[in-house]
Design a binder for this molecule. Structure first.
Ligand code: ADP
Ligand code: ADP
Length: 229
């Protein structure tokens, strides 16, 4: 479950400027693909089409052989989890932030997801910048900790498809190492689309697509692309 197909996808935000110019790729269920390329290449646009924030201008996006235009936006979005680089937290407890997306989850399930993402120590606290009714100040979370809140949320939601956005801002290498285990755990056996700037950060993806100006310039495994130089 969660097989993604982009079939000759073309897209433009404005009539005159094509952004994606015939994108073809397939991600088998449970496998991962990394979309790598410079800023402006169209990487985020690919994830927005998958989410159905926009519809394609030509071609089709399919999930499990179903054109995403033939299912409701809600069901498309509920099938996809997103771990952005910069996680913005709501003005409520970390536990609330983890539960967001699956309000029916039990306290035990929330705790278990927090434990897997290694943030269980402070789930009853508010995030930084907020203050509780009794005056307790919010907890200052590092970028990596915020990202682990998003990871815990995704573990709890357990969607078949996961988007990891590593392109929006660079985490320092220490933080990257810190969250790698949690990321590996959440992407395991789940169809995963990684958005990244650099080839060096997506060594473990099953397939890498190099996007340039809305076209696929190269594709292959990390080893194959490294051998080409
Ligand atoms: P990337 O994620 O690779 O940096 P994007 O998919 O965000 O690239 O953007 C691809 C191109 O589409 C860029 O030229 C960008 O300026 C343009 N673009 C992105 N979003 C919009 C929008 N909402 N309206 C018009 N153009 C947009
Ligand atoms: P940008 O900062 O490049 O303009 P956006 O803020 O539109 O991009 O979105 C950043 C990423 O987060 C995109 O890849 C988009 O698919 C995803 N995204 C945006 N809004 C939501 C949302 N409400 N739920 C889940 N993912 C979202």
């Amino acid at each position: 479950e969660g097989r993604i197909v982009f079939d000759n996808v073309r897209f433009h935000y404005d009539q005159n400027r094509p952004i994606l110019k015939g994108i073809d790729f397939e991600v088998p269920a449970g496998k991962s693909v990394a979309i790598v390329g410079p800023s402006g290449a169209g990487k985020s646009t690919i994830s927005r089409l998958l989410f159905r924030f926009y519809d394609v201008s030509g071609g089709a996006v399919r999930i499990d052989d179903q054109d995403v235009r033939d299912v409701t936006q809600e069901s498309v979005r509920s099938a996809i989890g997103m771990v952005p680089q910069d996680t913005v937290l709501f003005n409520d407890t970390i536990a609330y932030n983890i539960r967001y997306g699956r309000p029916d989850a039990t306290d035990e399930e929330v705790k278990e997801a927090a434990r897997m993402a290694q943030i269980h120590d402070f789930i009853e606290r508010l995030p930084d910048g907020y203050q509780s009714e009794v005056g307790e100040r919010g907890l200052k979370l590092s970028g990596g900790e915020k990202q682990r809140v998003a990871i815990a949320r995704t573990i709890l939601k357990a969607p078949p498809i996961l988007i990891l956005d590593e392109a929006t801002s660079a985490l320092d290498t220490h933080t990257e190492r810190e969250i790698q285990t949690a990321l590996d755990q959440v992407s395991k056996n789940r169809t995963t689309l990684v958005i990244a700037h650099r080839l060096s950060t997506v060594v473990n993806a099953d397939q890498i697509i190099v996007l340039e100006a809305g076209e696929i310039a190269e594709r292959g495994t990390h080893a194959q692309l490294m051998a080409k130089g």
